[in-house]
Write a protein that binds this ligand. Sequence first.
Ligand SMILES: *Cc1c(COP(=O)(O)O)cnc(C)c1O
Length: 399
Amino acid sequence: MPGFELFGELEKTQVQEVLDTGVLMRYGFDGMRKGRWKAFELEKALEKRLQVEHAQVVSSGTAALSVALASAGVGSGDEVIMPTFTFVASFEAILAIGAVPVLVDVDDTLTLDPQAVKNAITEKTKVVMPVHMCGSMADLDALLAICQEHGLLLLEDACQAIGGTYHGKPLGSYGDLGCFSFDYVKTITCGEGGAMVTNNPEFYKNSDHYSDHGHDHQGKDRGAEGHPFLGYNYRISELNAAVGLAQISRLDEFLAIQKRNYTILREALASIPEVTFRRVPNGGEESYAFLNFFLPNELLAKKAHRALNDAGIDGCFYWFDNNWHYYRKWDHLKNLTALGNLSKEIQDQFRDYNSTDFSSSDHWVGRNISCLIKLGWETESIYERAETMATVIKGLISN
Ligand SMILES: *Cc1c(COP(=O)(O)O)cnc(C)c1O
């Protein structure tokens, strides 16, 4: 997955163009910048590649999620349905705008279970936020049908799945809103950065203003611009955007490498009858950022994770025990441990996740191992890696 592995001349050239003018800010300074607008160009490149009308580039993927929610008018006391298996950024972005995260089970897609989503809907629900974890997607048709029936927005967190598709459409472009991260370890990186995409002109206009202190971006004098509503600062710098501009031009090259490397590992593991793979919804194609597979039970998964590590296979994750990606270790969230007071709405509406039954999530995540697919692997070493992985897992199962 990490685009930083292939950081090279293209990235340096893009950054140098910014350094040559010294205009590090994405807005204004028209005279000094010699026609260089890296953030704007990155937005155009994303719109084209992701087949959407609008992209708003911001300072991080977490910022993109907050901006997306705020742009759609989501605020205090509104409930946002999110999965038990995701990065902590999901609930951070929701809480940041005063909304209430509602945790819901995942299924064998390792993303939101549509039936569990249905069960969690209340009159306060505004958004369903699937997270396309580890390179593959939620059942978007089923979620879209639920959203349409209940008048909810569909926000796709595609931070870990750029380049994946669903019925031929890029992930992130299917819902009302889609979000991407370009942090240092994502498939394409800006160093730090993110983007929100949408086909809704109102949401886009809101995101453009909101992410820059409410600036309406009318006219040529920033100081004289209007502020139709309250905003915040989620701007990206031109230096970061320049790196992203180089990387987006290499996305298809990166995806082809991911697919090749993924396929070699998968074919080796597919020869083991006890190993099964994560379900990819009909019509979906993964981004191949990770290879995700299930062992027959939790104990074997734990053992396999340890044995793979011991055999020198790096980059394989057992999310079930991970501090950052699974609800079991989110004590700070479950106890609402914050530096200051949280709003009354959040305190009143937040559910008791210390006693909620997430055994369906545990059933799948507890048996799952996710292996990061790297871009820089030598071809020879991938075959070796595949063979070692298969040998290690076969050894465990036959014992
Ligand atoms: C990385 C990530 C984010 C947050 O992105 P940052 O750019 O690191 O803020 C959000 N959601 C998911 C699923 C991620 O993997």
